[in-house]
Design a protein around this ligand. Structure first.
Ligand SMILES: *[C@@H]1O[C@H](CO)[C@@H](O)[C@H](O)[C@H]1NC(C)=O
Ligand SMILES: *[C@@H]1O[C@H](CO)[C@@H](O)[C@H](O)[C@H]1NC(C)=O
Ligand SMILES: *[C@@H]1O[C@H](CO)[C@@H](O)[C@H](O)[C@H]1NC(C)=O
Ligand SMILES: CC(=O)N[C@H]1CO[C@H](CO)[C@@H](O)[C@@H]1O
Length: 191
């Protein structure tokens, strides 16, 4: 083996490996950096929740900030769809007798709210893709309102516990992350 090829064969894997690490570290940094900025500028955004959610999203380690914004909207959409399905099953699994009529009424309201929120978040994805940030903002904000309104319904009667607290909170948090990343994207574009 010539000295040059020896150098190459021992160095190349090292170079490749270290560049992969650098890319990986950079990607983690972008998610962290983005969530850090988001949580600073928006008290609704929890740093831990933001990083965990985005890190778990497929291909998020390859995304730029604009991509992370889209992923947060998509995550919100999955959450909404899943919660709507959960409410439907919850109402179906518990016979009328087992369920407090007040809770049942709340769940029906929540089902309506989530049913309306799904087309809104789909619209938000289109708006975001075509850089209509104002429209996307209105649409995502309406999703946040839906989660809050659903949760508040249960609070109006004493002794009633919302079976949807965690889910409403996740929808609210994810929407907040989406709104916040969108404002970073907008300020990046105006620079
Ligand atoms: C909602 O999103 C959060 C954060 O991504 C995730 O941890 C949770 O499992 C999701 N819940 C549902 C019901 O999809
Ligand atoms: C409702 O019951 C079905 C089967 O009996 C079960 O698969 C499903 O998880 C239940 N739904 C909820 C919301 O627990
Ligand atoms: C909502 O989620 C955030 C982030 O995970 C958490 O800090 C907060 O305590 C949760 N709030 C409720 C009411 O569950
Ligand atoms: C009030 C009540 O009975 N709630 C039950 C409805 O059904 C789900 C599972 O389908 C249970 O987890 C709830 O406790």
């Amino acid at each position: 083996m010539s000295p040059t090829s020896f150098l190459l064969s021992s160095f190349l894997p090292f170079l490749l490996l270290s560049s992969f690490f650098l890319i990986a570290i950079n990607a983690q940094n972008l998610i962290y950096k983005t969530c850090k900025t988001s949580s600073k500028q928006d008290p609704n955004v929890n740093l831990q929740f933001c990083t965990t959610s985005l890190q778990a999203a497929p291909a998020s380690h390859c995304a730029d900030v604009t991509g992370l914004g889209m992923m947060s909207i998509r995550l919100t959409r999955y959450n909404l769809t899943d919660t709507r399905c959960y409410i439907k099953q919850f109402l179906k699994n518990n016979t009328t007798k087992k369920l407090d009529p007040y809770v049942k009424a709340c769940l029906n309201d929540c089902f309506e709210l989530y049913s309306d929120a799904i087309p809104s978040i789909k619209q938000a994805m289109k708006s975001y893709n075509s850089k209509k940030y104002f429209d996307a903002n209105v649409q995502i904000s309406s999703v946040m309102d839906a989660a809050t309104t659903c949760e508040d319904g249960f609070k109006e009667k004493k002794g009633v516990v919302s079976p949807l607290t965690k889910r409403n909170n996740a929808s609210f948090q994810l929407s907040a992350v989406a709104l916040s990343i969108m404002s970073i994207v907008q300020s990046d574009h105006s620079n």
